[in-house]
Design a protein around this ligand. Structure first.
Ligand code: PEP
Ligand code: MG
Length: 454
């Protein structure tokens, strides 16, 4: 257990081996400061599963619990701690029986993973013959290995801002190009949908002055910031175009709320293409440009938006937050509204109908798609591509994000359902034997939360 009360950066530098970190709250950039080889788990008094710290933790396979009220007062540095990511429980100073039970549970989990691994090569086809594309979410270089591990069809959401968040200074155009090139090369023939910078909200860049706002999730973020500071977006677009030379490029803009925002963003892209052409520099073989649908208002502009876009991807994390007026980072709100409620399903149905009528691929890239039941509902709604559509336009395949099994990389496509770790004074039982169990009335946010439906 690591509990210093010191500022994050010094704590990050002095992280002991095999550490579990307790904090009141944490942003994704702060988590990335820690050495993930040493960090075995994170327990937060605040935080919810749709928060970006949870998303990044899942990418790193670090179990994270959120919403564990008052936990910091109950732990001491050096305590032995077990974090159960599946059942959202933290055990502080557990008795030896608890530790033994968790070791057994980890053994079972390994066996379950082996079983899922054996199914990895089964084609993801529904019983009525619909081929579902399985795409992963990515953003860190570590994510790239999941492409092969999971046999995914491609990367449906590449969160470009994560690479900006792990650096102490803004990456220059060449550095960005190198990152994107590496991603594209590693993906090979598999499509990668690059989402342009989605900074703001809880995604803070250490080197950009934060604009103080009362509701940053609804504030100056993502495409709003990008259109007001176009130099940032231009450099990024240039880097993407250069990295994708001679290949297919998929670009997607985040937080579009009005058609005109998409138009303006696309214009910037077109200008960058033209610039490269004028300079006789190489350009991609083809470019597909899409929008995220996270702001409900956009759904009522689809008739004018769809002719302009090549694909639509629903960001259910933000969409839920705005549809239900519920803070995605608030543990108290975490399970309050159901993504399978009539309002959400009705909304999605409407959007899918519009996209299908316009013959535009529609996908979903938020956490909703990583839950088995929700994923099946999405397949039922038609979020995703059918085989015949796929054959019509293979490039558009990048935009499908749904599965009858499960598809997101969070938790690993074929990972099972328990994250349990012992840390602190090794995995040995504490001599006192007086174990204390802290029930985490929060969510298991990271690691191995999701089961698989076959
Ligand atoms: C979303 O909002 O659903 C999404 C995929 O984007 P992010 O989680 O990065 O906001
Ligand atoms: Mg979003």
């Amino acid at each position: 257990l690591h509990l210093t009360g010191k500022p994050m950066h010094s704590a990050a530098e002095n992280l002991p081996e095999n550490a579990i970190l307790f904090a009141r709250s944490m942003g994704p950039a702060e988590l990335l400061d820690y050495d993930r080889r040493k960090l075995q788990g994170v327990v937060l008094e605040e935080g919810s599963s749709a928060s970006h710290v949870a998303i990044v933790a899942r990418a790193l396979s670090i179990p994270v619990l959120g919403g564990v009220a008052g936990v910091i007062a109950k732990v001491e540095p050096g305590d032995t701690v077990v974090v159960d990511g599946e059942h959202a429980q933290v055990f502080v100073r557990p008795v030896s029986d608890v530790i033994t039970a968790f070791h057994q549970s980890l053994g079972l989990r390994r066996a379950r993973l082996a079983k899922y691994a054996a199914q990895r090569d089964d084609p993801p086809v529904t019983r009525d013959g619909t081929r579902i594309l399985l795409l992963v979410n990515a953003g860190l270089l570590i994510d790239l290995s999941h492409l092969d591990e999971t046999r995914a069809d491609g990367i449906g959401l590449y969160r470009t801002e994560l690479q900006f968040m792990v650096r102490p200074t803004m990456p220059k155009a060449e550095a960005q190009t190198a990152i994107y090139r590496r991603v594209i090369e590693q993906a090979g023939d598999r499509p990668v949908v690059f989402r342009t910078l989605d900074i703001g909200g809880d995604k803070v860049l250490p080197y950009l002055v934060k604009y103080p706002e009362e509701n940053p999730a609804m504030g100056w973020r993502a495409i709003r910031l990008a259109l007001d500071r176009p130099a940032l977006l231009k450099v990024q677009l240039r880097a993407l175009l250069t990295a994708a030379e001679g290949r297919k490029l998929h670009v997607m803009f985040p937080m579009i709320a009005e058609v005109d925002e998409f138009r303006r963003a696309r214009k910037l892209l077109d200008r960058e293409v033209q610039r490269l052409v004028n300079l006789r520099k190489p350009v991609p073989e083809s470019i597909a440009v899409g929008t995220m649908l996270e702001v409900p208002a956009l759904a009522w502009q689809l008739s004018s938006l769809l002719p302009l876009v090549d694909f639509v991807s629903i960001g259910s994390n933000d969409l839920m937050q705005f549809l239900f007026a519920t803070d995605r980072g608030s543990p108290k709100m975490a399970d309050r509204y159901d993504p399978l409620s009539p309002s959400m399903l009705g909304f999605l149905h409407w959007v899918v109908q519009q996209c299908r009528a316009a013959n535009k691929p529609i996908t979903l890239c938020g956490e909703m798609g990583s839950r088995p039941k929700e994923a099946m509902a999405l397949v039922g709604l038609g979020v995703g591509l059918h085989m015949d559509e796929l054959q019509q336009d293979l490039a558009a395949a990048a935009e499908c994000h749904a599965t009858g099994r499960r598809h997101h990389r969070e938790g690993g496509v074929f990972q099972g359902a328990v994250g349990a770790l012992a840390a602190g004074r090794g995995a040995e039982p504490t001599p006192s034997g007086a174990g204390e169990r802290l029930a985490a009335r929060g969510a298991g946010l990271g690691g191995y939360r999701h089961a698989i439906v076959t």
